[in-house]
Design a protein around this ligand. Structure first.
Ligand code: SF4
Ligand code: SF4
Ligand code: SF4
Ligand code: FES
Length: 458
């Protein structure tokens, strides 16, 4: 652990922590626009300048790591003036529509303009009038609001989708897709990670206009049940209806990922095709009935069947619900015949010895018999998580008996195999056996090397 002083507060943080995160641990906010928690600082906006005792010029906090005995000052008159200058410049190229802007109240630029008492820019204002990309039903891109922080570009790149980038230089730069096409004509998966990362109104859920202000929403932490990944989500509701779903992580962080279905698929809850009441078969027809009646019938049938009853659940239920289901089967119905659709993909023994995966601390990831993909919607969050870790230096080995699916051939878009340092195509069990043998011969173990090995199998 490293001991340092920030604004007179003595703190202890892990080696490798940057000054923005270190200060946050001491409840000190260092203004920043281009820093994204969980990613390496890039020092683009220069808002996070701080002074360090013994150093002549201010340094950038997002790219400076803590050092033993450091004495940091985050706020001086000189630094405040420098930060105010940055915000002043940004405001000169910004629409300043805060009165009706959907982002008002949660906008980082608005917050800093308020903090630095800037009602407007002192520079000549410039209007760009870029076209808005709003043809797709999910994400609206309004480049006129973009403050060029680059968070969207980096988040998209690190998770392996990599469909947006900067074009041009200076204030005339723009975030575009390949050939400057609308999002739906690019390789975008509509995961919306860029929307979560954007600090202003440049990227927004498409149908948010006049659906309430951010502070009017009730926020509920929940879990997405649309696939076996079970991602953490935050559901925002207003007047009893869902307005939007975001990643269930700290605001403005890229610690998690959710896919397009988890983020935008909530209209299925109110879809006309949804069965909202229990149905009872009478003759050849299904007729609506009450919950009391339906539960009574189900209880009677289960009682009648007793130990001959079989209960099959979807694999997409929470652990708590699976626990209750197990209890219902063993203690109330008294049957041992309980199964889930998970066993379609894994046998019981493989589940017994598995543990939840911690991708974020793995140095070597071995994916066996599994080919997650954001594009083909096979465990998309696992695909994004592994790609992010690989982008931060972890090595990936993919072992599959089948060659990677066709998108691999499209030059990296699709199967995880595209991001692997080593691809082994062949019998998975044999390949693992040979790797284990080789490791034994080399007498190498992850404990000896101090590295974390993560094995993900299908
Ligand atoms: S993005 Fe922020 S600063 Fe810009 S108009 Fe909206 S609330 Fe105001
Ligand atoms: S929605 Fe996802 S894939 Fe599309 S540009 Fe944004 S981060 Fe990239
Ligand atoms: S679109 Fe948003 S996240 Fe992307 S560079 Fe512009 S302001 Fe930053
Ligand atoms: S947050 Fe450090 S330079 Fe932008």
């Amino acid at each position: 652990m490293i001991n340092l002083i920030i604004d007179g507060k003595k703190i202890q943080v892990e080696a490798g922590t940057n000054l923005i995160d270190a200060a946050a641990l001491a409840d000190i906010h260092i203004p920043n626009l281009c820093y994204l928690k969980g990613m390496r600082g890039v020092g683009a906006c220069r808002l996070c300048l701080v002074e360090i005792e013994g150093m002549k010029a201010p340094v950038i906090a997002c790219t400076t790591k803590v050092k033993e005995g450091m004495n940091v000052t985050t706020e001086t008159e000189k630094i405040r003036e420098m930060r105010k200058f940055v915000i002043d410049l940004i405001l000169s190229i910004h629409p300043l529509d805060c009165m009706t802007c959907t982002k008002a109240g949660v906008c980082t630029l608005q917050k800093y303009a308020y903090d630095f008492e800037l009602q407007d820019s002192t520079f000549t204002r410039k209007k760009f009038g870029y076209p808005i990309d709003s043809v797709n039903p999910f994400i609206k891109r309004d480049p006129d609001y973009c403050i060029l922080c680059g968070k969207c570009v980096r988040v998209c790149k690190e998770q392996g989708t990599n469909v947006i980038d900067f074009m041009g230089r200076g204030v005339g730069a723009r975030v575009i897709t390949a050939m400057d096409k609308p999002l739906q004509e690019s390789e975008c998966t509509f995961c919306g990670s860029c929307v979560d990362a954007c600090p202003v109104n440049a990227l927004l859920e498409a149908d948010r206009w006049r659906k309430g202000r951010e502070w009017e929403y009730t926020k509920i932490n929940s879990v997405c049940l649309s696939c076996g990944n079970g991602c953490d989500i935050t559901v925002s509701t207003k007047d009893g209806s869902i307005v939007k779903i975001n990643v269930g992580a700290e605001d403005s962080s890229v610690e998690r990922y959710i896919c397009a279905i988890g983020r935008f698929g909530f209209d299925s809850i109110t879809a006309d095709s949804r069965i909202t009441a229990p149905l009872k078969r009478i003759g050849n027809e299904l007729k609506e009935t009450t919950w009391d009646d339906a539960l009574k019938i189900a209880a009677e049938k289960l009682k009648e069947a007793g130990k001959c009853a079989g209960i099959v659940s979807t694999g997409n239920i929470l652990n708590q619900d699976a626990f209750v289901l197990g209890k219902l089967a063993s203690q109330a119905v008294k049957t041992k015949n309980v199964d889930t659709t998970v066993s379609l993909y894994a046998d019981e023994d493989s589940m017994k010895y598995s543990d939840s995966v911690d991708i974020d601390s793995a140095d070597l990831i071995v994916a066996v018999g599994i080919n997650p993909s954001q594009w083909e919607r096979v465990l998309p969050a696992l695909d994004a998580g592994i790609r992010k870790r690989v982008a931060r230096g972890a090595k990936l080995i993919v072992i599959n008996s089948n060659p990677p699916s066709p998108p691999f051939a499209k030059g990296g878009m699709g199967g995880l195999a595209a991001a692997a340092a080593v691809n082994i195509i062949g019998n998975e069990a044999k390949a693992l056996e040979q790797i284990a043998k080789a490791l034994k011969e080399l007498a190498v173990s992850s404990q000896q090397s101090g590295s974390q090995l993560l094995l993900v199998s299908g």
